[in-house]
Design a protein around this ligand. Structure first.
Ligand code: SF4
Ligand code: SF4
Length: 425
């Protein structure tokens, strides 16, 4: 794609990066067929190629982004299905990140929209506040019909029961059982530890069982993904720096383990996020290189083979951040098969479930269509259980179907000696 940035514009590193990405696109349109919003809406401007044109115009003209640009960029799930499909290697992820930052700094959103986004960015990354909000939501549920649209949707998403804080999420060290083969830090995250504390508990059990010392570092918290996907660079960079410092202080580590693939994609991108900050770029790149999904770490450990497990058929849902963001395709399914489960793949496995961070709150209509479609495909496999490696997908799929949705690591922990996941009790 030809671009027409002026020499003056190209002095800006942001524009130089966008220019480089845009020039890779050859307009072929292969990406449109695998883009969830294009599949639903059939509008070129809701396809990757259409959005690339809109972003190019917005940056070249250097004007306030028009309402049309905002609408179509907001509708993008950042699912990155297009990057898997694109034969030219267009780095759409970083292009849409730049566009979202430009929109965030230049567009005056309607007050209600602005407040709602600020509320999400303030509450969800903070486990104590988020837990409090869920308690409030529980009490407000009987009155949900009286509330405005977005808040009504939030109440619908609130889980029926709310867990107290898990003791494993405070800073501490868990010793390996037997000889120590690896020393790892666990990213305990934010929303997940509130919605499903059993995931971190299962992760620590299985890692220590197979020879890992696990550190929960003092000062580490939300990865910053939520604010990053809203274009709020200041907040996401602050979260990244806080985490980097915390893990540096944890001493020598073989890996930083993540059990929410949305967070994993963000951690692996810290090096890119902070590349223009001389004080942080090397440190961020080092943390990114240490970041591993739990299934990548477990694949290197000696998990037992072919256990006599519960004869369950599992439909594996590969989160977009897992398959498109991190290109982790085989490991979760291989591990589940290795310990004795039978795995089935749903149709349209490449399409997003509509969770996509806060997308199911900010774009509820599209998210619901995708959620229902995904859940129907998973159910149609005839499986007993759905497995996923990302809490957002688990909540979204759980809303639209009857099958239990369990985190991959909880199934692996159960098969290798841990307790039965509570969803299967
Ligand atoms: S990230 Fe997903 S929703 Fe956005 S343009 Fe690419 S395929 Fe479409
Ligand atoms: S597939 Fe890649 S090169 Fe083709 S239009 Fe889409 S982004 Fe551009």
């Amino acid at each position: 794609m030809q671009t027409q940035f002026s020499p003056k514009q190209l002095e800006d590193p942001v524009i130089r990066e966008a220019d480089d990405i845009l020039r890779h696109c050859v307009h072929c349109g292969f990406c449109t067929a695998t883009c969830p919003t294009y599949v639903l809406l059939g509008d070129e401007l809701d396809s990757p190629r259409g959005r690339i044109y809109l972003i190019k115009d917005m940056l070249e003209n250097d004007t306030t982004p028009s309402p049309d640009v905002v609408k179509h960029v907001d509708r993008c799930l950042s699912c990155l299905s297009c990057t898997t499909t694109c034969p030219s290697g267009v780095d759409y992820m970083h292009l849409v990140d730049l566009a979202r930052q430009r929109i965030e700094t230049r567009v005056k959103r309607p007050l209600g929209d602005k407040l709602f986004r600020a509320l999400l960015a303030f509450v969800i990354p903070n486990p104590a506040l988020f837990r409090l909000a869920l308690v409030g939501a529980w009490f407000a549920k009987p009155f949900q019909a009286l509330l405005p649209g977005p808040l009504r949707k939030m109440l619908a998403l609130a889980p029926p029961s709310i867990h107290g804080p898990s003791p494993v999420d405070s800073p501490q060290t868990f010793r390996a059982e037997g000889a120590t083969h690896k020393r790892v830090a666990l990213m305990t995250g934010c929303a997940q530890q509130v919605l499903a504390p059993t995931i971190n508990e299962a992760t620590i059990r299985i890692l220590t069982r197979y020879g890992c010392e696990v550190i929960v570092a003092n000062g580490a918290g939300c990865c910053g993904a939520l604010e990053h996907h809203m274009g709020k660079a200041e907040g996401s960079h602050a979260a990244a720096k806080r985490n980097i410092s915390a893990w540096e202080q944890a001493g020598d580590l073989d890996a930083i383990v993540i059990n929410a693939s949305g967070c994993g994609t963000t951690l692996k991108d810290y090096g890119h996020m902070l590349k223009d900050d001389p004080a942080w770029s090397h440190r961020a790149a080092r943390i990114s290189s240490l970041s591993k999904d739990i299934t990548e770490v477990l694949s290197d450990l000696d998990l037992p083979i072919n256990l006599e497990t519960q004869n369950l058929k599992i439909a594996y849902h590969s989160a977009c951040s897992m398959q498109h963001g991190q290109k982790i395709i085989r490991q979760p399914k291989d591990l589940l098969t290795q310990v004795g489960f039978t795995i089935v793949d749903p149709a349209e496995g490449h399409l997003c479930c509509g969770s996509a961070g806060t997308y199911n709150l900010t774009q509820p209509a599209l998210a619901e269509q995708l959620g229902r479609r995904k859940t129907a495909h998973l159910t149609n496999t005839g499986a007993d259980v759905i497995a996923a490696g990302n809490i957002g997908c688990q909540m979204q799929i759980g809303m639209y179907g009857q099958l239990p949705v369990v985190h991959t690591v909880e199934l692996l922990d159960w098969a290798t000696g841990g307790p039965k996941p509570e969803q299967l009790a």
